[in-house]
Ligand binder design. Structure first.
Ligand code: KIV
Length: 313
């Protein structure tokens, strides 16, 4: 593999300063949309860097998009640490948020603080994200008090999708919408610096937005939020499975990847790859000396050693 280059900047573009929490708050105040995307490895982080997004989330959606599980539930702390550390190496500018996986924060505030601090210490992420209201509000408050910024997540919370009736829109009744509002307001009061609204009817989000003092990042929550987030593999068309109604495909990278790997396989099978431009040369004198060494008697008797051979001056 080639040596990793520094994350690139588009030619002539000024070096951007790392995105900060006050900057995100200011973007909300001034109405400047916040762009967030997920990333799970070094190259996807580099893409997010070069594209100039504001926040990168190492989502536990990695469980489905890169690890092949059928929900986000099985992914654990060790996997999130590895993925987040790889993303950190590819990022310079966007704020880096890492999802706390299911089972890493629910049991107690102590467990939540310990795992949040582990993510920050071992991966260099700037903040963590946790799902739901209820007990998660206490966990958020404890993590913030321990010095780690927290992003909340309400509406469709994939870690507990089964309890919510599956991967479907939330807040479609007035009562459920009120629950989501209460959760968002409680997370805001607990000190979350931003909150994700997932799969919430646009009109419900719009009604709630005037009550939100921290940036709200929407995914399937309409256009009135302060920012948008999409899953990297969904927006680029890398993920082959089902995608939600709120996903817009901005590219069809999977088709291009399949095309590239098929072309490679075809050329290997046809003997046209590697071509002369892909091979290393050797000095003809060295080659003929090597051939002479190969031809010696002792090679076939199994008693050879290249150290016993006279290689000349
Ligand atoms: O895990 C994830 O990718 C997420 C986003 C959908 C917000 O939580």
């Amino acid at each position: 593999m080639s040596k990793h280059p520094e994350p690139e900047r588009p030619q002539g573009a000024p070096q951007r300063k790392p995105v900060t929490l006050p900057q995100l708050a200011e973007m909300k105040r001034s109405g400047q949309p916040i762009v967030m995307v997920t990333a799970y490895d070094y190259p996807s982080a580099q893409v997010a860097e070069e594209a100039g997004v504001d926040i990168v989330l190492v989502g536990d959606s990695a469980a489905m998009t890169v690890l092949g599980y059928d929900s986000t539930v099985p992914v654990g702390m060790d996997e999130m640490v590895m993925l987040s550390a790889a993303v950190r190496r590819g990022l310079r500018t966007p704020l880096l948020v890492t999802d706390m996986p299911f089972g890493s924060y629910e049991r107690s505030n102590e467990q939540a603080v310990e795992n949040a601090q582990r993510l920050v210490k071992e991966t260099g992420c700037d903040a963590v994200k946790i799902e739901r209201g209820g007990a998660s509000v206490d966990r958020a408050r404890a993590i913030v008090r321990a010095g780690v910024p927290v992003m909340g997540h309400v509406g469709l919370t994939p870690q507990t999708a089964t309890a919510l009736g599956g991967f479907k829109a939330q807040g479609k009744t007035a009562e459920r919408a009120a629950q989501i509002a209460e959760e968002a307001l409680a997370l805001q009061a607990a000190g979350c610096f931003a909150i994700v609204f997932e799969a919430v009817p646009a009109a419900i989000t719009e009604a709630l937005m005037p009550h939100m003092e921290v940036p709200v990042i929407g995914i399937g929550a309409g256009a009135s939020t302060d920012g948008q987030v999409l899953v990297f593999h969904d927006l680029l068309g890398i993920f082959g499975g089902h995608t939600a109604k709120f996903v817009k495909r901005f590219a069809d990278v999977r088709a291009e990847m399949v095309r590239g790997v098929s072309a490679y396989a075809d050329e290997v099978r046809a003997g046209t790859f590697p071509g002369p431009e892909h091979i290393y040369s050797v000095d003809p004198a060295e080659l003929s000396q090597f051939r002479e060494w190969l031809d010696q008697e002792s090679l076939s008797s199994g008693t050879f050693s290249h150290a016993d051979w006279d290689w000349g001056p």
